[in-house]
Every structure is written in structure tokens, then in C-alpha cells.
Design a protein around this ligand. Structure first.
Ligand SMILES: Nc1nc2c(c(=O)[nH]1)N=C([C@H](O)[C@@H](O)CO)CN2
Length: 117
């Protein structure tokens, strides 16, 4: 299967378990791998037959900033369902990093893989 990907998409949003995290935005960085068959897009040179990484990026930013959640896990499940539901993607892997969360670590985060069933 082919892959369309987005690397280090930066989004500022309210996210976190603790009260202080609900008061100011933090940076999240997303890496998204989307498995899809690119042959129809390649043969026709038609963006409408491609998984448009710009549109996926827009939707990820929109969803992430729309309604705050506490856990990265919750956000990733929602984003995976959105991408599989709205785009021609068979399987998606999303990794989110929250670099300010643990002072002693360069970054921390969560990664999930979900497929269409
Ligand atoms: N597995 C997770 N662990 C933690 C999360 C999370 O979303 N998933 N979140 C926090 C806090 O919000 C943290 O970022 C603040 O330091 C802690 N652990």
C-alpha cells in the first residue's frame, strides 16, 4: 500500500489533565501516516482522487482546537476516526508529541494505528 504523510504538524491548543493546563494553550506536533492506493490519482493527475494532505492538515487543526479534551489518547482516537471517515485512507498511524509536558524529556506522546473495518 502507498502512503501519504504529514510530518510535524504544529497545533496550539488547550489540552491536559491538570487545572493549569486548561488555562493556556500548549504545542502539539503530529506525524500522520495514511495508507492509500495512489494509482488513480497518479494516472489521472487529479487532486480530487488523491488524499489531499493540505485538507487533512486543515481538518486536524480544526478538530484539535474545536473542543478541549484531557488525554492525548482521546484526541488521537477522534482524529483517527475523522481521517478514516472523511478521506480515502485504509489505515492511519498518528503520533502526537507534547514537548512541554515533561521538563526532563525532549518530548513525550502517544501513537496509534487504526484501520477501516
Ligand atoms: N498517556 C498519557 N499520559 C499523560 C497524559 C496523556 O494525555 N496521556 N497527560 C498528562 C498531563 O496532561 C501532562 O501532559 C501534564 O504534565 C500526564 N500523562
Amino acid at each position: 500500500m502507498d502512503k501519504v504523510y504529514i510530518s510535524q504538524l504544529h497545533v496550539e491548543t488547550i489540552i491536559g489533565v491538570y487545572d493549569f493546563e486548561k488555562e493556556s494553550k500548549q504545542s502539539l506536533y503530529f506525524d500522520i501516516d495514511m495508507l492509500t492506493d495512489i494509482s488513480a490519482a497518479a494516472q489521472t493527475d487529479d487532486i480530487n482522487l488523491a488524499v489531499d494532505y493540505a485538507k487533512v492538515s486543515e481538518r486536524v487543526i480544526e478538530h484539535t482546537t474545536a473542543k478541549p479534551v484531557e488525554l492525548l489518547e482521546t484526541l488521537l482516537e477522534q482524529l483517527a476516526a475523522m481521517i478514516l471517515g472523511e478521506f480515502n485512507v485504509e489505515q492511519v498511524t498518528i503520533r502526537v508529541s507534547k514537548p512541554a509536558a515533561v521538563q526532563q524529556a525532549r518530548t513525550v506522546g502517544v501513537e496509534i494505528t487504526r484501520a477501516k473495518h
